[in-house]
Design a protein around this ligand. Structure first.
Ligand code: HEC
Ligand code: HEC
Ligand code: HEC
Ligand code: HEC
Ligand code: HEC
Ligand code: HEC
Ligand code: HEC
Ligand code: HEC
Length: 249
């Protein structure tokens, strides 16, 4: 024993004891903690398959709802909520499909529910219909004005700002305040009803802005003129100027 490890520095010996203890703890822990049938099929517990299979079915799926609620299903199929399944809002309803008179599904009639998807959140996609819950017709249930199975604005909004409020507010404090949205976006009337199906156009060329800003242009005499053949190189103008707030300085 005396000669064993002779010449190995003390700190290495102490370190090896630590390493051995850690390894031992790891392997013993593994034996004690990992269930026996782990890894039989793959990286999971084999008996988990039976556990999951023995759970009660809670969701019935959308197709079966149509059998008894075809009016609502067809309403939904053509509306904005076509992508949502019935049970997204009504919760698991398998029991209801078995005994419809005894078990009725949850009805999310309160004001708290719809804002889960529609409350204003900067991270939602541009244009996604969002409201500021506190100021959007407060105190009334959403379903007073919007049919949950075919939601749309109760009347066709007249102004672009009903749905593009942020852009409208931005433009209102910019040099472009007096240019109507429709000068730059030809907008089909249907856009206000089916905005994703009927799209307005957007300016595509440098010359579009040049109509007012190119030297020699006459449309807006008060607009500052630039040499369109050199200014900004070959990039389109809105790579450098946000068109709804185009301040240069
Ligand atoms: C076998 C026919 C049948 C099927 C299938 C069925 N329902 Fe119903 N559902 C009914 C009947 C009948 C009522 C009315 C019960 C009542 O008013 O007491 C009802 C009522 C409802 C209600 C209203 C409950 C209330 O409190 O007013 C909701 C919500 C509902 N069903 C959702 C669903 C959903 C979601 C599905 C699909 C997962 C579905 N139903 C499938 C027959 C069915
Ligand atoms: C966006 C959420 C949402 C989706 C999706 C949805 N519902 Fe509803 N549903 C509601 C709300 C909210 C009510 C309660 C309406 C009220 O209080 O006036 C309701 C009410 C009902 C009722 C009661 C009758 C009535 O018109 O008030 C039935 C039946 C029903 N839903 C079935 C369905 C079926 C079937 C589907 C799928 C085709 C579905 N719902 C999809 C939110 C939803
Ligand atoms: C699970 C998410 C979800 C829930 C919950 C939900 N919605 Fe929607 N809603 C959507 C989606 C997705 C659209 C379609 C957006 C699009 O394609 O423009 C939409 C569209 C709408 C629109 C049309 C807006 C427009 O551009 O004119 C209204 C109004 C609306 N929902 C109201 C409601 C109401 C009221 C409720 C509650 C009963 C509700 N939503 C619950 C996801 C949801
Ligand atoms: C008193 C009627 C009324 C009530 C209650 C109401 N809304 Fe609206 N909603 C409207 C009108 C009107 C519009 C059209 C746009 C506008 O004028 O603001 C609209 C527009 C919307 C839009 C489309 C906004 C966009 O930018 O495309 C959504 C989403 C919406 N409402 C959801 C809701 C939700 C969720 C609730 C409940 C928390 C609710 N609404 C309650 C009347 C109502
Ligand atoms: C009922 C609500 C609503 C009204 C009113 C509305 N829009 Fe829109 N607009 C939308 C939605 C929703 C989109 C789709 C955004 C997306 O797909 O990300 C959109 C997209 C656009 C786009 C982008 C198109 C594209 O292909 O990128 C422009 C430009 C636009 N709207 C201009 C206008 C103008 C101008 C008006 C007024 C004349 C107006 N909108 C009125 C809801 C509306
Ligand atoms: C001076 C011309 C001009 C005016 C006025 C203008 N836009 Fe735009 N808008 C543009 C250009 C250019 C783009 C394309 C920007 C891009 O492709 O990056 C655009 C893009 C958009 C988009 C697409 C989403 C985005 O932010 O890129 C929407 C929505 C939109 N405009 C709505 C409006 C609305 C609503 C108004 C009125 C309040 C308006 N625009 C006024 C030039 C204009
Ligand atoms: C219909 C005519 C018109 C069109 C089209 C137009 N503008 Fe303007 N623009 C103006 C006017 C008017 C002003 C404001 C001049 C002022 O207030 O001194 C302005 C101001 C500006 C300014 C601010 C200059 C400064 O003093 O800081 C910039 C940058 C600008 N526009 C860029 C653009 C871009 C980019 C486009 C194309 C997407 C565009 N404009 C399309 C008329 C137009
Ligand atoms: C590569 C970036 C870039 C591009 C592309 C660009 N600009 Fe500019 N623009 C600027 C900068 C930076 C300024 C401010 C400095 C200056 O006056 O040169 C400016 C200034 C302006 C001014 C104000 C000029 C003044 O004397 O105050 C107008 C108007 C303008 N741009 C319009 C446009 C138009 C229209 C287009 C498209 C044809 C365009 N810009 C493309 C970067 C760009």
């Amino acid at each position: 024993m005396a000669s064993f490890g002779k010449g190995i520095p003390d700190q290495i010996k102490r370190l090896s004891v630590v390493v051995i203890l850690v390894l031992a703890a790891f392997f013993i822990g593994r034996m004690l903690l990992i269930p026996r049938d782990f890894g039989r099929y793959d990286h999971f517990r084999a008996s988990a398959l039976f556990d999951v299979a023995s759970q009660e079915v809670e969701f019935a799926g959308q197709d079966i709802c149509t059998e008894c609620h075809d009016d609502i299903s067809s309403q939904k199929a053509n509306g904005y909520h076509q992508g949502l399944s019935c049970e997204t809002c009504h919760g698991p309803a398998a029991k209801h499909t078995e005994s419809p008179d005894e078990v009725t599904p949850f009805k999310p009639s309160g004001r708290e529910y719809c804002p889960i998807c529609h409350a204003y959140l900067a991270s939602r996609p541009t244009g996604f219909p969002m409201i500021i819950v506190e100021s959007h017709n407060p105190m009334k249930a959403c379903t007073v004005c919007h049919n949950p199975h075919d939601p749309k604005p109760p009347q066709i909004p007249r102004g672009c700002e009903a749905c593009h409020a942020e852009i409208a507010r931005t433009k209102a404090v910019s040099h472009h305040v007096y240019i109507p949205c429709t000068r730059c976006h030809q907008t089909p009337e249907e856009h206000k009803v089916n905005p994703r199906t009927y799209r307005p156009d957007k300016p595509k060329t440098r010359e579009f802005c040049g109509a007012c800003h190119a030297e020699g242009s006459t449309e807006a005499p008060e607009a500052i003129k630039i040499d369109i053949s050199t200014h900004g190189g070959r990039y389109v103008c809105w790579q450098c100027h946000y068109p709804h707030l185009p301040e240069a300085r």
